[in-house]
Design a protein around this ligand. Sequence first.
Ligand code: SF4
Length: 407
Amino acid sequence: MASKRSVDVGGVQIGGGAPVVVQTMTKTETANLTATMDQIRKVADAGADLVRVAVPRDKDIEALKTIVVESPIPVIADIHFNHTLALKAIDAGAHCIRLNPGNIGGPDKVAEVAAKARAAGTPMRIGVNSGSLPKHLHELERENPVEALVTAAVEFVALMERLEFDDFKVSIKSTSVPNTIAANRLLSERIDYPLHLGITEAGTKWSGSLKSAVGLGTLLADGIGDTIRISLSTFHAEEEVKVAWEILKALKLRERGPVLIACPTCGRLQFDMDSVVTEVERRLEAYADPIEVSILGCAVNGIGEARHADFGITGAKDSAMIFSKGEPLKKVATENLVDELFAEIDRYYEAGKRVVVDEHAAAEASQWLAENEDAEAMTPERLAALEREQADREAASPVAGRRFTRA
Ligand code: SF4
């Protein structure tokens, strides 16, 4: 169930059907104003809607007063253990306070923070971590960690409601991907507050991105989750933002910048596609429009499954081709492939998003394609298409689902 309620964090709506919000957390000492602001600008440029900063000391509060004014995106103060820092962060103008009601010193202190937040109109994120569940849930945690996480979250929600504070979102964090999925599914059935999704300590850029894509992607595909943060072991917080966007773009939940598609390559490849893909990806970062660009390693399939792409290239040893929306545009030398691709893309924007076709160049490209295409070749793409057709046929068959074994 998607959350019905919403919170407004410095003008960014979370929940209630709003687009999924991307957030990250700075890795700098917050009191180091120059370094923190530098990182905030970088994550904002990368597409973060919100940024969270750690506030473990009084000197961080001092910096926070400036950060909330200078930051191009709303700022969430991350507080643990010390409720007076939460009170001070609200006074400092934080757009949202994150705290775990379980580690802030008891219900009275939560009540004090809630009262101040209500008076200031500051929303909160209340969180539950698998590593810091309340004592009375430890036995349940051993038997059923998912139920324990959800119970803790529901108890905190009930506490906030008793305090007549309902301007909050909720997070359940676990290092386990299956537990994160199961717990958020269960929680989304029990409460209708906005949900913040994340996998705690997901890992390195590589493994952490995959874990996050599986865990958060599964939930988001179910319509669960209103804001996401990817936790990666990197000092470069903007990397977390890029991963978050790739997940949202893959699920077609939000659009930002171009979408790059590339074939997996196989033994038919005859040019350095790795370098071409890397260079195209790098240059596409300069474009804000969500155009789709496809890179095919060879022309044996023709334009094939890339015919919907706004622009595409298909390479070969010495010569290659640029195409647009399934139509050949130009034959080029492979060594100029990337430059020529971007020349066509720029021409498209200069012409007001209209593909400019040179009839002579297009005819030459069509001729090249006809010479290089091989409709009989069993490529990975065609094998996949055949397998798909067979699976469809089996699904439609009256004996679908039956299994035959040799006697
Ligand atoms: S056959 Fe397919 S996977 Fe192999 S290089 Fe050509 S386009 Fe890429």
